[in-house]
Every structure is written in structure tokens, then in C-alpha cells.
Design a protein around this ligand. Structure first.
Ligand code: ATP
Length: 134
């Protein structure tokens, strides 16, 4: 049986996950990385992306919206601003958010906060990617 690492996902509202994982794939600010047990120590920042937790032939997915990851040979700890499990994502809501953000960005209006719209667009795209709807 493959060696396992201890994965913890912590959000501002509490611990979302605390269990074993064979492999954890996440999007960091320097690209996608996959972590197995006994990985060398590493600390880096998380980008918006899809987290994949793999155990044997089972895979579970969640969104991750920024934060930090700390890896030791025994554990992977994500401190993230926000996260949601794939089954909690409402595809129609994400599509609507994507459309709204795109319309705001395209409008060219002075009263639009472009950065805010771009972040909303990125969140919507990650939610759709998590659902394989992109
Ligand atoms: P929206 O404009 O649809 O609210 P948003 O990107 O502005 O999208 P966030 O600020 O990222 O929303 O999230 C606010 C809350 O709504 C969070 O609890 C988040 O998990 C939830 N949420 C946002 N979009 C979705 C979605 N498509 N499906 C399920 N939950 C969502």
C-alpha cells in the first residue's frame, strides 16, 4: 500500500479536512504541484485553483482560493482564504457569476472596480474547472 501523508485544510471558519492522503495536487503561485508522503519541507503560496486529493482509485476535489501551504515529510497543511467541495458548487450560479464579471470588465464603465470583477471571474472559472465545466 502506498505511504500516506496527513492532509489538513484550514479556512478562516475552521478545519475543512484532516485525514490521510496518498497524493495531493494543488495550484501554487509557481504552478501545479503534486505532493506524496516523505516530501521534502516546502512552504509556498497558493493560487486560485482546484485541489485534488487522491487515495488509491478515489479522488476528491475542492476549490482553493489563495493562502499558504506548508509541507513536511509527514504532512501537508493548507491555510486558505476560502474553499468549497465539488459537490457544494452550483454550476448555474458560477456561470451567472462568470457572465456578470465578463460584462462588467467589458463595459468599460468608470464606476466598475476592474480588479474585483477579475477576481470574481477567476473564482467562477475555478468553480467551473472543478466541475469539469470549463
Ligand atoms: P457570487 O457572485 O455567485 O456570489 P462570488 O464569487 O462573488 O460568487 P464568493 O464571494 O467567492 O462568491 O463566495 C461567497 C459565498 O458563496 C461562499 O460561501 C462561497 O462558497 C459561496 N459560493 C459562491 N459561488 C458559489 C457556487 N457557484 N456554488 C456554491 N457556492 C458558491
Amino acid at each position: 500500500m502506498a505511504k500516506k501523508t496527513r492532509l489538513r485544510i484550514v479556512t478562516p471558519t475552521g478545519e475543512l479536512y484532516n485525514d490521510e492522503a496518498e497524493m495531493v495536487i494543488m495550484r501554487t503561485s509557481v504552478g501545479d504541484i503534486g505532493i506524496l508522503a516523505s516530501h521534502q519541507p516546502l512552504t509556498t503560496t497558493l493560487d486560485y485553483g482546484v485541489l485534488r486529493i487522491i487515495n488509491g482509485d478515489k479522488e476528491i476535489k475542492s476549490t482553493i482560493f489563495g493562502g499558504f501551504v506548508s509541507v513536511t515529510p509527514e504532512s501537508v497543511t493548507l491555510l486558505t482564504d476560502a474553499s468549497e467541495w465539488i459537490e457544494d458548487i452550483d454550476v448555474e450560479r458560477a456561470r451567472a457569476a462568470k457572465q456578470r464579471a465578463e460584462d462588467r470588465i467589458k463595459s468599460g464603465r468608470d464606476d466598475i472596480d476592474i480588479l474585483r470583477a477579475e477576481l470574481a471571474l477567476r473564482r467562477a472559472l475555478i468553480r467551473l474547472e472543478c466541475k469539469n465545466e470549463k
